[in-house]
Design a protein around this ligand. Structure first.
Ligand code: PEP
Ligand code: MG
Length: 591
């Protein structure tokens, strides 16, 4: 390829999963780049030598993995640690190792080729497995093989920090172990062909604040190491070899982004009070304990949603009561956070579980997930509830049950919770005085019976991500129908109003923890709905606080009362956009 072609500019659009703009040099993160060569072991003594080479590579690979695990020790509870154990198990697996040695001995081929044949054999076995989750586990074996091949080729593992500064990692996909390694090597950002908003790459990137874009499909086929590259994690854009004009545009964009961040951060620690003195509580949503420092920096007053199902992902065995307890104890009672809302695990749907019985469903979004799963797998549920009640001795804790669709579900969950408390007390284990009980309002039936449900609980938290999906019949992970996913649909607004009214009639607070809560455009609509609490991604907090502090509660109520009667989605959107542009010109002039 000539130099002209190499410098060609490409612009890719993927899913921005962690905001921020960075410019740097691409580093194509491939474990092994070279095609494999087969050679026959014709001379005596070569077989023994190949086996020694293989064993040496196995030892070095194991040492690498153990080193990664050791270096990540401080990330207690973060998923990569479990997956590294799985990799080591594969490395030590008798049939994997002996099978490869046998191929060297019987087919008289080099260690690389024997390893490839072993991996191919596993691949053909896994391809026949009907269970999706199990079938995907072949990637673990492939990953381990790649690491071994690297040592066979005499390549040292790439120490990214030694490759130069300002690196941006480009990869097809990143395993949890790779992602964690990258985190240690302090790269500027990363972009991958695969992955969605809930992939590990996305979650870790967001948690550590590195700009990242995923789901770029063919990026790795066009980028080469050392290409100049811009990542805009806010809008999901990746630019390869930007021309002068694009460079300039992105420099300006980056400056605006940083300036706005600094400016809005000034609002982080201030309370969310409107100009006419209406206060709304601001919480944040987290998936990992590592996000707690960010929660405090960005000004969360409490944890509005801890998605505990992330403790279950990527591991072979369910977490024990002690593991749950360890996690909850680290949040509850944290000086910077006034309350902690622990949502019981919402496994199922797009969150893969090690228990394969539940892994394959025709309509997983409407299947065995969330509270349905908990009430079926009571041992898992009880272990979690015991840990929550024990940890509640340390500070204000709230338990939140997901996807409640009828009073029977909440009554059963509460009775299990009650029994758990009694058991702990009779075992003489210290427990907190009380744990507030709440439900997610995210199924339309729960809205219709909200008045009845309100009598059963201490608070509501509206999960708009699911509520909109079920109300408008739009699969939230299907990109073909996202154009219909509309939080300003009149049906959505009217339902939200109904939930808040029912909650307030019963004297309980109503929170919102879906993505809608952190979207600046909706700030006045949410104020007008008279929600008591908004919970969002930590980095979204300063801007929302800034908007609320410059808003008027009574004006926001009038805005809501006006648009809620419109019949057309487009008219509502237009009115809200115009209102926000006029009211906050400096915030919305680009939209
Ligand atoms: C929601 O559905 O809005 C919610 C907050 O829960 P999750 O996104 O975890 O389903
Ligand atoms: Mg939900």
């Amino acid at each position: 390829m000539n130099r002209e072609a190499q410098r060609q500019t490409f612009v890719f659009k993927g899913i921005g999963v962690s905001p921020g703009i960075v410019k740097g040099k691409a580093y194509l993160y491939n474990l092994v780049d070279e095609p494999l060569t087969l050679y026959k072991l014709t001379e005596p003594g070569l077989v023994a030598k190949e086996i020694r080479r293989l064993k040496g590579a196995l030892r070095k690979t194991e040492a690498d993995l153990r080193e990664i695990k050791k270096n990540l020790g401080h990330l207690n509870g973060l998923d990569p640690l479990y997956i590294i154990d799985v990799y080591v198990m594969i490395l030590k697996d008798k049939s994997f190792v002996q099978g490869t040695i046998k191929i060297i001995e019987e087919s008289l081929v080099n260690a690389e080729w024997a390893l490839k044949m072993t991996t191919d054999r596993y691949r053909s076995i896994f391809e026949r497995v009907t269970d999706d989750y199990l079938r995907r586990r072949i990637t673990d074996i492939e990953y381990v093989s790649q690491r071994i091949l690297r040592h066979l080729a005499g390549m040292k593992k790439p120490v990214i920090s030694e490759l130069g500064k300002d690196l941006i990692i480009i990869a097809r996909d990143l395993s949890p172990a790779d992602t964690a390694q990258i985190m240690m090597d302090k790269v500027l950002g990363f972009a991958t062909d695969m992955g969605g908003k809930t992939s590990h790459t996305a979650i870790v990137a967001k948690a550590i604040g590195i700009p990242a874009v995923v789901g770029l499909e063919k990026l790795t086929t066009l980028v080469k190491t050392n290409d100049e590259i811009i990542i805009d994690g806010s809008s999901g854009v990746v630019i390869v070899n930007p021309d002068q004009e694009l460079l300039k545009r992105y420099e300006d964009k980056k400056k605006i982004y940083l300036d706005t961040n600094v400016l809005t951060l000034q609002y982080a620690r201030l309370p969310a009070i409107t100009q006419d003195n209406h206060k709304i509580r601001i919480g944040c949503n987290i998936e990992f304990l590592e996000e707690i420092p960010a929660a405090a920096t960005y000004g969360a007053e409490g944890i509005g949603l801890y998605r505990t199902e992330f403790i279950f992902l990527n591991r072979e065995h369910p977490p024990t009561e002690e593991e749950h307890y360890e996690s909850y104890s680290r949040i509850i009672g944290n000086d910077d956070l006034t309350w902690t809302t622990i949502r019981t695990f919402d496994l199922g749907a797009d969150k893969v579980f090690y228990e394969t019985r539940y892994a394959r469903e025709a309509n997983p979004q409407m299947g065995m997930r969330a509270i349905r799963f908990s009430l079926k797998e009571k041992d898992l549920f009880i272990a979690q509830l015991r840990a929550i009640i024990r940890a509640s001795a340390k500070g204000k804790a709230r338990v939140l049950f997901p996807m409640i669709s009828c009073v029977e579900e909440i009554r059963e969950a509460k009775s299990i919770l009650h029994k758990v408390r009694q058991d702990l007390q009779s075992e003489g284990i210290p427990v907190g005085d009380s744990v507030e009980v709440g439900i997610m309002i995210e199924v339309p039936s729960a809205v219709i019976i909200a008045r009845d449900l309100a009598r059963e609980v201490d608070f509501f938290s509206i999960g708009t991500n699911d509520l909109i999906q079920y109300l408008l019949a739009i699969d939230r992970v299907n990109e073909r129908v996202t154009y219909l996913y509309e939080p300003l649909h009149p049906a959505v607004l009217r339902l939200l109003k109904q939930v808040v009214d029912c909650g307030h009639e019963a004297g309980i607070p109503v929170a919102m923890c879906g993505e809608m809560a952190g979207e600046p455009l909706y700030a006045c609509i949410l104020l007008g709905l008279e929600l008591d609490e908004l919970s969002m991604n930590p980095s979204a907090i300063p801007r929302i606080k800034k908007l609320i502090r410059t808003s008027s509660f009574s004006e926001s109520k009038s805005l809501l009362n006006e648009v809620i009667n419109y019949s057309s989605v487009n008219e509502i959107r237009q009115r809200v956009e115009n209102y926000m542009r006029e009211r906050f010109p400096e915030e919305f002039n680009e939209q």
